[in-house]
Design a protein around this ligand. Structure first.
Ligand SMILES: [Fe+2]
Length: 359
């Protein structure tokens, strides 16, 4: 399998049986989310912890927001998924809590809290929870490829030493000769919807592979934050880039180290992007009084100036470090709202900067 017409990364997979033999193809109803515009334009707060747990990490997704470049969903999965592949683009699954194995034609990636798991488009895989608790996860479905930022890489693809992570931090699949045989069904997401194939031979009949295209995990705890004397804007936190979006990791770190530095972000306007923050751990000092907590997702759209809640600038004086942990997705085109987002929206959020506190 190869990306971009075999002019980009590729891998060779050695199947025992032809991976081409299909016995059937059935259309599957697709609960395509009905997106609505963020209109009137408002900052939004969605409490993902209020979404019901159940289902699996593929079909149990609740789509919160999206546009033509990506969909952002949340799942609290309790079941193993069936075999699945997304032909529309790469997927990135961030594990908020719980644990799961990503089983694929390349082998197994073990995923734990804090892991970003990047799954190349067209990789046949399934998710198997390995924790007693539901696997809570943020899922990014991209209409293209999700990669480390090119500015972190040499012209031949090695991570540069100034990058906040390196090859050592990426965990590829561990391969063992699989025992799966016989017919198998695979759910395929493609531009027109969902199709279920029945294969004559199980796709996990791979006896080996080589190449540079494979799923991998990167733990947010292995991100090495870059800190300046005064406030550094979000590009220092960048972790991945996708088609018309970036993913950033906000990790525990010392605050800006000038004695007069104001440690929380200044009020700012994202002129060309909608900003999504998913709060996954630690203490969110700059959001005190906003109602934001573990599992919260905020959307600060272009056209709305945002910043710390009242009082948090003063509260930051004398603080040496932050232990916040958050995943940010900045999109270069406006995001629209899905039904699940409306279900768990905090209606008071937009007014918290004026009122100071909503609890
Ligand atoms: Fe921001």
């Amino acid at each position: 399998m190869g990306e971009e017409g075999f002019t980009a990364d590729s891998s060779l997979l050695y199947h025992v049986h032809p991976p081409t033999a299909i016995l059937g193809a059935e259309p599957v109803p697709d609960a395509t989310p009905c997106f609505s515009d963020n209109h009137p334009l408002l900052p939004r707060h969605f409490r993902t912890g209020r979404l019901d747990a159940g289902g699996d990490l593929v079909t149990g997704r609740r789509t919160l927001i999206g546009n033509d470049d990506l969909r952002l969903s949340h799942a609290a999965a309790t079941d193993a998924s069936g075999l699945y592949r997304n032909a529309g683009g790469d997927e990135m699954v961030y594990i908020e809590s719980g644990a799961a194995d990503l089983e694929s034609v390349f082998g197994v990636v073990r995923a734990a809290p804090g892991d970003y798991v990047v799954i190349p488009a067209c990789t046949t895989h399934r998710w198997v929870p390995t924790s007693a608790d539901p696997v809570r996860a943020l899922i990014v479905e991209a209409a293209g490829h999700i990669r480390p930022p090119s500015r972190y890489l040499s012209t031949t693809g090695q991570f540069l030493e100034h990058a906040p992570f390196s090859e050592r931090d990426l965990r590829g699949p561990s391969f063992s000769v699989p025992a799966s045989t016989g017919e198998a069904s695979v759910l395929v997401r493609h531009r027109a919807g969902l199709t279920r194939y029945t294969y004559l031979h199980h796709p996990f009949d791979v006896v080996g592979w080589d190449g540079c295209l494979y799923p991998y995990a990167f733990s947010i705890y292995d991100f090495e934050p870059l800190v300046k004397r005064f406030h550094a804007p979000p590009p220092v936190h960048q972790t991945f880039e996708g088609p018309n979006f970036v993913v950033c990791s906000f990790c525990p770190r010392p605050f800006d180290f000038d004695p007069d530095a104001v440690a929380v972000p200044y009020n700012h306007a994202n002129v060309d992007s909608d900003e999504v923050l998913f709060y996954v751990g630690g203490d969110f000092m700059s959001r005190k009084g906003s109602g934001v907590g573990q599992g919260s997702m905020t959307l600060h759209p272009a056209g709305f100036v945002h910043g710390p809640q009242p009082g948090s600038v003063e509260a930051s004086f004398g603080q040496a470090r932050t232990d916040e942990l958050a995943v940010m997705v900045d999109t270069f085109h406006p995001l629209r709202l899905g039904a699940a987002a409306r279900d768990v929206e905090d209606p008071d959020y937009a007014w918290t900067w004026a009122r100071g506190s909503s609890g």
